[in-house]
Write a protein that binds this ligand. Structure first.
Ligand SMILES: *Cc1c(COP(=O)(O)O)cnc(C)c1O
Length: 322
């Protein structure tokens, strides 16, 4: 299992490539939640999400091992992160994306000089293709969450939270494959087990909740229906799941309407463009999924990559708005 040592080592490795993102505070959000709410702002991270942390930790080591090519399967934040860091380290990268991939995301990958290959519409088609490419070109496949280096890299978010928010009581983190959550849990629980860590999933993508209840990894269908496109995974990872079983305090679910409302609230009141996957943590705080009781609470804002053409479909009117 990944340990605190690994997260500390990851931080040393990636410190020059990633930002220490700011903590934002909103009086209105705090008032509404009856708690002190802080936002850990990974939407302001390089490439627009925390994914650059894990990807950098993995690709730096691949380079050290003499790897001459990397491949990933993702049209989203992981694909952008791998393309960005590979370009920085002067390693060619191919990102395998679905045939219906959003053009702005594909363009972002190309801007980071990643090659784009289209393949199928599901990750079940894309992942084998990316692995095959890596093998053919004597390169390395970079997975999005289920690898010790990825988990350790994402865990640096947890280290920063402990340093930036003194006496934090509760940290709320979105869960997809569980890389961000498992890394954050290791960093926080192995430094200060008294900090409460709560996970969030959309009701439409409750695979980790179900898996924890059953005590074994259990896939669910229909997760592609949530607007939270960064956390549409169908099941938790084999490395991430045991870490969640060991350390996670609670896992709550939010509805699509709650995600939209939270996203709109943050955009309107705080002028921050956050993506639906990140808005889940704010929704959990706003809609009383967790008893916050005037605590110091950090909501992890995991990313800010939104297709601007679709933005108006995601937003709703909030009470008291103009
Ligand atoms: C990938 C991603 C997540 C989920 O991270 P996992 O490590 O897969 O659990 C959450 N939010 C955003 C914005 C993401 O890109």
């Amino acid at each position: 299992m990944v340990q605190l040592e690994d997260v500390l080592r990851a931080r040393g490795r990636i410190v020059d490539s990633v930002k220490t993102t700011p903590i934002l505070k909103s009086r209105q959000l705090s008032k509404r939640c009856e708690a002190q709410i802080f936002l850990k702002s990974e939407h302001l991270q390089t490439t627009g999400s925390f994914k650059i942390r894990g990807a950098t930790n993995r690709v730096i080591q691949a380079k050290k091992e003499g790897v001459k090519f990397v491949a990933a399967a993702s049209s989203g934040n992981h694909g952008q992160a791998v393309a960005y860091i590979a370009n920085n380290l002067e390693i060619p990268a191919t990102i395998v994306v679905p045939t219906d991939a959003n053009e702005s995301k594909v363009n972002a990958i190309k801007e980071y000089r990643g090659s784009v290959e289209y393949c199928g519409t599901t990750s079940a088609e894309r992942i084998p293709r990316a692995k095959e490419l890596a093998e053919e070109l004597d390169g390395m496949f970079i997975p999005p969450y289920d690898h010790p280096d990825i988990i350790a890299g994402q865990g640096t978010v947890g280290l920063e939270i402990l340093e930036q928010v003194e006496d934090v009581d509760t940290v709320i983190v979105p869960i997809g494959g569980g890389g961000l959550m498992s890394g954050t849990l290791i960093a926080i629980k192995e430094k200060n087990p008294n900090v409460r860590v709560i996970g969030v999933e959309p009701e439409l993508g409750y695979d980790t909740k179900l898996s924890l209840e059953r005590g074994e990894i259990t896939p669910v269908e229909g997760t592609h229906l949530t607007i939270a496109d960064g956390i549409r995974t169908t099941q938790p990872g084999t490395l991430t799941f045991p870490i969640l079983q060991k350390y996670l305090d609670e896992l709550v679910l939010v509805t699509e309407d709650e995600i939209r409302y939270a996203m709109s609230f943050v955009m309107e009141r705080m002028k921050q463009l956050i993506e639906p996957s990140s808005a889940t943590t704010v929704a959990a705080a706003m809609f009383d999924k967790v008893n916050l009781n005037h605590e110091k609470v950090v909501c992890v804002i995991s990313g800010g990559n939104v297709d601007l053409q679709k933005l108006s479909e995601l937003l709703v009117k909030t009470e008291g708005s103009n």
